[in-house]
Design a binder for this molecule. Structure first.
Ligand SMILES: Nc1nc2c(ncn2[C@@H]2O[C@H](COP(=O)(O)OP(=O)(O)OP(=O)(O)O)[C@@H](O)[C@H]2O)c(=O)[nH]1
Ligand SMILES: [Mg+2]
Length: 483
């Protein structure tokens, strides 16, 4: 009869010891077998531990990823700059997102239509009042453009497009991902701004329109296969049916007069596609790179994008992490938690906004807000060693505004009697931002500044490649890989 191994008394009181204790009445032979198995398991576990320590040591030796944070007020062009990075360094992923951007562009177009229809309604209200009542509202109302029956009929027909807006908003607004509350449109500047779609993370909303797989277990990258053309809820069909009315509305002289009278400059606003109605409303429309860069989708949270970029000689490559944040005032508190570990901040100041106010606070001029934000970033101690790169952005709109006679000195007193041309204005603004850096930086630092139009891929490509090379070189030096 095989000998029995006695149990230790601890096992009766400690549940864990109990669970791993040898079976009761274990024979010597069974015991030997169990110990052999335990030795083998221990060897495997030790091998795993050794592999983990080797990997950790390797990770420590590897250069740290290069981290870039995009900052600036809402609509300054942060997400558009990120799109340029993606277009340059992750073209395949960028292409795969076309179906999702198609829906955003459709939404952008319908939003512009809504702004026009609202403006016509206001014109109708004023026009419908007796002359005496009108003069009490504004002395200029007598010259208010008259809305004729053709325009009324056009407005009626296009009102049906607002359903498309609802439908798209509902579909793209993933629960928990959208702005929680819609504030009342109290101020005059918000009066012309219907609710904007905003998202927290790019991953979720893009999934809504992505058509996955081609039956072979991989995603097709052929643009035409990215969209589900048989989707009964696809707004493309309705937009296509309305294309002539859309064109008539946008080209209508009375509409142009109404917009001018109400100081609504749609061409300069985010997500403007009314000059591309034929393309956007065509059946089987797939957005071009240019359209994707012009599409407007407000960012709510912070999103991190990883990409691997190679150095100019093609030899080395580095991991890059780019962080895109929401720029609306209420979202800025979240920025600071990303400050301690950044290699560079690209700060975007949309200089064309010198005659505009913040959507979230119409008492604040947008240029003044950019100055203030830039001052805060410059003086922050956590960012002492971070490269600060300034983009004086939206120069295309700035050029158009100055050429149209909008005077910088009417909004920036200190500009005085300087010429109202782009060259003088941009040089002046650049100096202002440089002076802020000099006055507020805790330690002297280089002033990196670019005049940008980030919806122009060609010029932006050049600027971003320069930034990438500079940061990569700094990263290599820090890692002692070059001297
Ligand atoms: N014309 C012109 N449009 C631009 C430029 N840069 C950005 N835009 C447009 O301006 C709009 C706003 O840009 P976004 O990149 O979404 O702005 P953002 O800074 O990410 O804004 P938030 O997410 O609200 O913080 C988009 O429709 C862009 O296409 C530019 O240089 N010129
Ligand atoms: Mg954004």
């Amino acid at each position: 009869m095989p000998a029995r191994v006695p149990r230790r008394p601890m096992e009766d009181i400690d549940p864990f010891a109990n669970a791993i204790a040898p079976p009761e009445n274990e024979s010597l032979q069974e015991r030997e077998l169990r110990l052999q198995k335990e030795r083998a398991a221990r060897q495997i576990s030790e091998a795993i531990d050794a592999e983990l320590s080797r990997e950790q040591a390797f990770e420590k030796k590897r250069p740290k990823p290069v981290k870039i944070l995009l900052l600036g007020q809402s609509e300054s062009g942060k997400s558009t700059t990120l799109k340029n990075f993606q277009l340059m360094y992750e073209p395949k992923a960028f292409k795969a997102e076309r179906a999702s951007w198609r829906a955003i562009i459709q939404l952008n177009i319908v939003r512009s239509v809504r702004i026009i229809l609202d403006a016509i309604s206001r014109a109708q209200n004023i026009g419908g009042r007796p002359a005496s009542a009108r003069s009490s509202v504004s002395s200029q109302d007598s010259a208010f453009p008259r809305v004729d029956s053709e325009l009324v009929a056009l407005k009626m027909r296009l009102s049906s497009l607002l359903e498309v807006e609802q439908q798209l908003m509902k579909r793209l607004s993933v629960p928990g991902e959208v702005e929680p509350t819609e504030r009342p449109l109290a101020s005059s500047s918000r009066r012309h701004q219907p609710r904007e779609l905003a998202v927290n993370s790019t991953v979720v909303w893009q999934g809504v329109f992505r058509r996955t797989g081609d039956g072979n277990g991989r995603e097709s990258l052929d643009s035409d296969h990215l969209v589900d053309w048989d989707d009964p809820e696809d707004p493309g069909v309705k937009l296509h049916a309305c294309r002539d009315d859309l064109k008539r509305l946008w080209e209508h002289p009375t509409v142009q007069a109404i917009l001018e009278k109400q100081s609504i400059r749609l061409q300069e606003s985010a997500g403007f596609f009314l000059d591309s109605i034929d393309a956007v409303t065509s059946l089987r429309y797939i957005p071009t790179d240019d359209h994707i860069l012009r599409a407007r989708l407000k960012t709510l949270g912070v999103s991190e994008h990883r990409m691997r970029l190679s150095d100019p000689t093609g030899g080395m490559s580095r991991d890059f992490r780019i962080f895109d944040v929401g720029g609306t005032r209420s979202l800025r508190a979240a920025w600071v938690s990303y400050f301690d570990d950044m290699d560079a901040i690209i700060f975007l100041a949309p200089i064309s906004a010198f005659d505009q106010v913040l959507t979230e606070d119409p008492t604040v001029n947008r240029l003044a807000d950019s100055y203030k934000l830039w001052t805060t970033i410059n003086s922050n101690k956590l960012l002492q060693k971070t490269n600060l790169i300034l983009f004086l952005n939206k120069i295309d709109i700035m050029q158009a505004k100055l050429a149209a006679g909008i005077r910088l000195s009417d909004f920036v007193d200190s500009y005085g009697r300087r010429p109202n041309d782009f060259d003088s204005a941009s040089k002046y603004l650049k100096k202002q931002f440089q002076a802020i850096l000099k006055q507020n930086s805790p330690t002297p630092r280089i002033f990196y500044c670019h005049l940008t139009n980030v919806i122009d891929t060609k010029s932006t490509r050049y600027v971003l490649a320069g930034i990438k090379d500079m940061l990569m070189r700094a990263n290599l030096q820090e890692s002692h890989l070059i001297l």
